[in-house]
Design a protein around this ligand. Structure first.
Ligand code: NAP
Length: 254
């Protein structure tokens, strides 16, 4: 295993998840926080990317960051928005960096740009960087295969009131996992609730005659997303061009 520190650039660095990634990267010698990018025009530009840490890179606007040049084995981590992800892709390509996209609800044009770029850069796109959700996805597949037909599936997910997409990218990923394992899951059985400061809850229920089985994941801290993003970034650093998943990074079955 490499002992070199992984150079990290965070896109969406002032956001709920992006700011945690900056803070964790600054406190872990396995990573070097090279830059922290915020939206063009953001009043936060020029401030330290980690509150109270003058040694952390200053937040920089996207436009001012272009032309930074290549950094060997760098990984750009994006937790922003659909527009932001397209900008992050162009920054990553301009510096020959790998790109980890945690942003959810990516549009078809953005996904098409990603697929087109996968011949030139290592890209990992995941709606959930937590280890627990990757394990949940594998468990859902295993249960769906064991139970076979005759069980009705539903997915219920809850998030904070500020979450923009619904259903969550994670719910859609779990739905895909179940369907790939042969389970029948109707779209109207994916249910979302929004409110308060819930970080993320997902329950997959298999309801059969006389019994039901539930698998639940609860995120109790945004730290898990930041930690998972950094772990995946370390794996992605220096990889050959291609489109990768969180399962690839964690060595789990796809
Ligand atoms: N993969 C996972 O595990 C995971 C976990 C949690 C969340 N997410 C997803 O990650 C994304 C961010 O979540 P969050 O909770 O951190 O949201 P957030 O607090 O709103 O942060 C998003 C950040 O991205 C910035 N941004 C948006 N568009 C931009 C652009 N075009 N250029 C530059 N910066 C831009 C925002 O800047 P402004 O404030 O200036 O707009 C903000 O700082 C969402 O899609 C969310 O669903 C994924």
């Amino acid at each position: 295993m490499s002992t070199q520190s992984t150079p990290i650039i965070v896109f969406g660095a002032s956001g709920r998840v992006g700011s945690r990634i900056c803070a964790l990267a600054m406190n872990d010698p396995s990573f070097t926080l090279v830059a922290a990018i915020v939206r063009d025009g953001s009043a936060l530009a020029g401030r330290s990317s980690v509150a109270g840490r003058d040694d952390a890179p200053k937040l920089v606007n996207t436009g001012e960051f272009t032309g930074f040049g290549a950094v060997d084995r760098a990984v750009l981590i994006d937790f922003s928005s659909d527009d932001g992800t397209r900008e992050a892709l162009s920054v990553a390509l301009s510096m020959n960096a790998s790109l980890l996209v945690g942003t959810t609800a990516l549009s078809d044009p953005t996904m098409a740009s990603m697929r087109a770029a996968a011949g030139r850069a290592a890209l990992l796109i995941t709606p959930n960087t937590s280890f627990g959700v990757a394990a949940l996805s594998a468990a859902v597949q295993a249960v769906a295969r064991s139970l076979g037909a005759g069980f009705d599936l539903s997915i219920v997910e809850s998030h904070h009131a500020m979450k923009k997409d619904s259903p969550s990218g994670t719910a859609l990923r779990l739905a895909r996992a179940a369907r790939e394992a042969g389970a029948l899951l109707r779209d109207d059985q994916i249910v979302s609730t929004r409110g308060g400061d819930v970080i993320g809850e997902h329950t997959v229920r298999f309801a059969g005659p006389g019994e039901y089985l539930e698998l639940t994941h609860l995120a109790t801290s945004r730290e898990v997303f930041a930690l998972g993003a950094l772990r995946a970034a370390a794996w992605l650093s220096g990889r050959a061009p291609g489109l990768y998943t969180m399962e690839d990074a964690l060595g789990l079955p796809a």
